[in-house]
Design a protein. Structure first.
Length: 67
């Protein structure tokens, strides 16, 4: 019985470590995603400033005249 309890405790500690590592990974990924979203917003703003009407047309789903 004591051996089973010890084995369960070891499994529990390994799972706790895995959960902590996964949590840290998710946290880092969230930081990267936030940074990338910020960069994309800046790039979109820059593109809009270069050619506001042609790049981000609201009617982008229309077929070109040659269709």
């Amino acid at each position: 019985m004591e051996e089973r309890i010890t084995e369960l405790e070891l499994r529990f500690m390994q799972q706790e470590l895995s959960i902590q590592e996964l949590n840290e990974t998710v946290f880092r990924q969230e930081q990267v995603i936030t940074r990338l979203e910020r960069q994309v917003r800046l790039m979109v703003d820059q593109l809009r400033s270069f050619a506001p009407s042609s790049i981000f047309d609201q009617d982008g789903d229309e077929r070109p005249p040659h269709y």
